[in-house]
Design a protein around this ligand. Structure first.
Ligand code: DNO
Length: 369
């Protein structure tokens, strides 16, 4: 199977972007989806999944990748109630299997999912982008949550569910005894329960890294660098236990060499899902999300795509956050236009890399690694 280009869509009635618009982006075959009205821990029922299938079918999109089936806090914290939530997760997987789902992206970040200090940071070209400045969020998670919720304009944002944010103090209290080691243990427990079901259902788990890749508000974060990636894939030895590699999240820590990580972990078949985007460092712990183009940011997207090509990557790729351009209004990071440019750019890089290899190495384009 060749690499497949996906596009994240937040669902009918929950995304201003229409499937018919996504259909017009060249080369997109896969919709990266989720049931965004479900709370972490709830079972996704077959009828609900069938509705999404019905929406995608006329456009010929596959629904192979779910981002995300979110993990309930009790599992991350390791409470006795976790077993019931794991059972629910497993039931969701069995239901997803009936619809041909191949990859589940999830994260193990305590309390929050990804975090930014500005969702609409103005760039010199007149667009806006997601932005992060470490010093702005030192010790006030409540202010951060209020800011994010206020700027979502009623749109769902996984990890920032208003119901959970209302319980912020309680959540922080729950995580108080959870050290990094404890979080590792809890991840292992979760994955060990899931792996037999992954085999049975042929569904790969792809953990998303912590974004940004460092501790925030004193909460432990465990997927931030190469060493952690190694530990994750060794935690439970199975081809179904793998990674989402997000170049922008991991790349916002300059010590992470993304093409090298793609070669290492992709070469071993551990990357099940790739998020490819650029970021621009503006100082220690500061970055803005640039356009995908290498020249606009700090990451070399050509080298990243070449690494995927060279390791024979056959998984799913999606462009990641885009800027807000051309007066588009919508979900920060998830507008149509800049992500469409991103998808086209990534497809263009891939075609050039592939043709170059075919010219040099013959018809199968086998890479000169
Ligand atoms: C941000 C996303 C993350 C990701 C989750 C996976 O844009 O990449 O929110 O979906 O961390 O569970």
């Amino acid at each position: 199977m060749p690499m497949q280009m996906g596009f994240r869509w937040y669902g009918e009635g929950n995304d201003s972007i229409k499937l018919s618009d996504i259909k017009q982006i060249p080369g997109v075959t896969s919709i990266v989806w989720a049931l965004h009205h479900k709370q972490p821990g709830e079972v996704w029922e077959k009828e609900e999944i069938a509705q999404v299938q019905k929406q995608l079918e006329p456009y010929g999109f596959n629904m192979d990748v779910v981002e995300s089936v979110n993990v309930h806090d009790d599992i991350k914290v390791g409470l006795p109630t976790r077993d019931q939530y794991i059972e629910n997760y497993i039931q969701t997987m069995r239901n997803l299997k009936e619809f041909g789902v191949k990859v589940i992206c999830y994260n193990f970040m305590p309390v929050f999912d990804w975090t930014r200090t500005d969702l609409f940071h103005p760039l010199p070209d007149g667009s806006t982008a997601l932005f992060y400045e470490k010093d702005l969020i030192q010790d006030d998670p409540r202010a951060m949550a209020d800011y994010i919720l206020k700027n979502l304009n009623g749109m769902t944002f996984p990890g920032w569910e208003p119901e959970r944010m209302a319980r912020l103090d309680e959540l922080f209290e729950m995580y108080r005894p959870v050290t990094k080691e404890k979080l590792w243990e809890n991840l292992k427990y979760f994955l060990e329960k899931l792996m037999p079901v992954c085999h049975e259902c042929d569904i790969k788990m792809a953990i998303h890294m912590d974004d940004p890749p460092w501790d925030i508000f004193g909460l432990p974060r465990i997927y931030t660098c190469r060493e952690n990636m190694r530990r994750i894939v060794e935690l439970v030895d199975s081809p179904y236990n793998g990674l989402t590699l997000c170049s922008g999240s991991l790349g916002s820590s300059p010590c992470n060499d993304i093409p090298a990580l793609v070669r290492e972990f992709g070469g071993e078949g551990h990357i099940h899902f790739a998020h490819v985007r650029n970021i621009k460092f503006t100082g220690p712990g500061r970055f803005e999300e640039a356009a995908h183009l290498s020249g606009d940011g700090s990451l070399d997207l050509y080298e990243i795509m070449k690494a995927y090509y060279d390791v024979g990557f056959e998984g799913y790729i999606r462009p990641d956050h885009g800027r807000m351009i051309w007066d588009e209004k919508g979900r920060a990071g998830y507008g149509l236009y800049d992500r469409a440019l991103g998808a086209s750019y990534l497809n263009g890089l891939w075609e050039a890399i592939q043709k170059n290899n075919i010219q040099r190495n013959g018809q199968n384009g086998a890479a000169a690694v």
